[in-house]
Ligand binder design. Structure first.
Ligand code: PLP
Ligand code: COI
Length: 341
């Protein structure tokens, strides 16, 4: 099939139609066959539990084309496991890891012409989602579920790319509740963050930096990404039950260790921002996104991290190392990538 007419180097993080998606439905107590669909639509019962009671969870992972032409998917087993945890957290039927991985392989193979060329900085974003489809009017879990995996080629999540951005803090908003759904990838978390996110954008910030929802003392989540800070040869990232355990963060912690750094997962008090040499958000979509300044909208305090507005050397090194592994430029010594052929 011929190559699609796409300006690969100028892609943003948005939806582009591809050739097909794959689907799998849980019915009568078992998962069915993986089906291929060329439709962008899904017929749904008007009383489905996902529409009324938020039985929906999703994932996000990427496939990269290397200089060798091969397509690599990054750490899909980790996404499969988190998808199971998310399903369990919403009383949905968990999709077995083998089916998850088979669906990823299938949807990537079938849409191979949409995996962006090497050197464009773009990748193929894979978006699995699970919904409860049985009709429910009383609040109770469905007994039928569908998993859909769609793909779309994407560029950088923030239009600035790897350029540092400013973020803000407001105690008016929590992303999630202390013992709520923050540690799973429930769609409802993102719906509930839209007001705060739009407020941050209106004020000229890239995202809202959330404090922990219990005491409002510690740094929690940086928009839809994890937070990390660098100082004294240390990689420091919040330990919190209300953040999503990021696979990118987990990978960066390993790379930081490989680079001889000390890794700390602990509470990070807000005031500690003053002492960091570098801070950044990390996640599949943004990879690493350096942060130059944090403005506390409630106290007026500004934490200036990068005076020249440039990304710091450690964040840059971590970013380059992770990208090099994902694109196959450096050996995958941790066995994080699966080649799809
Ligand atoms: N935190 C939130 C709230 C997210 O939505 C994401 C994105 O998936 C992350 C963190 C980063 O996680 P990962 O690196 O696994 O993509
Ligand atoms: C990520 O993949 O890093 C995300 O934050 C997902 C986001 C687009 C919902």
């Amino acid at each position: 099939m011929k190559a699609p007419e796409i300006d690969w180097s100028n892609l943003s993080f948005s939806y582009i139609k591809t050739d097909c998606n794959v689907r799998c439905t849980y019915k009568d107590g078992k998962w069915g066959e993986i089906e291929i669909s060329d439709s962008e639509y899904f017929p749904i019962h008007i009383a489905a539990s996902c529409l009324h009671y938020g039985q929906e969870a999703f994932e996000g992972l990427k496939a990269f084309r290397g200089n060798d032409g091969k397509v690599r998917v990054f750490r899909m087993d980790e996404n499969a496991k988190r998808f199971i945890r998310s399903a369990e957290g919403l009383k949905m039927q968990p999709l077995p890891e083998e089916i998850f991985c088979e669906m990823v392989r299938k949807v990537v193979r079938l849409n191979e012409r949409f995996v962006p060329p090497y050197g464009t900085g773009a990748s193929l974003y894979i978006r699995p989602l699970e919904i409860g489809i049985s009709p429910r009017v009383g609040v109770s879990p469905a007994n039928e579920y569908t998993v859909i995996m769609l793909v779309t080629p994407v560029g950088p999540y923030f239009k600035e790319g790897f350029k540092p951005t400013k973020v803000c803090i407001s105690r008016e908003y929590d992303r999630v509740a202390p013992k709520g759904t923050g540690s799973i990838k429930a769609g409802g978390n993102y719906g509930a963050s839209l007001v705060a996110g739009e407020k941050a954008h209106e004020l000229g910030y890239s995202v809202m930096l959330y404090l922990d929802p219990k005491e409002k003392k510690y740094i929690d989540e940086c928009g839809a990404a994890n937070f990390f800070g660098i100082k004294e040869n240390r990689y420091i990232t919040p330990a919190s039950e209300s953040i999503l355990p990021s696979i990118t963060n987990k990978s960066l912690r390993q790379l930081a260790k490989d680079m001889g750094m000390i890794v700390e997962e602990r509470h990070v008090p807000l005031e500690e921002l003053d002492s960091f040499d570098e801070i950044a958000a990390c996640g599949t979509a943004a990879v690493c996104s350096p942060v130059s300044e944090v403005d506390d909208l409630d106290t007026g305090k500004k934490y200036i991290i990068s005076k020249d507005g440039e990304a710091g050397p450690v964040t840059t090194a971590l970013y380059n190392k992770l990208r090099a592994i994902q694109y196959g430029d450096e050996p995958d010594t941790h066995g994080w990538c699966e080649i799809i052929d």
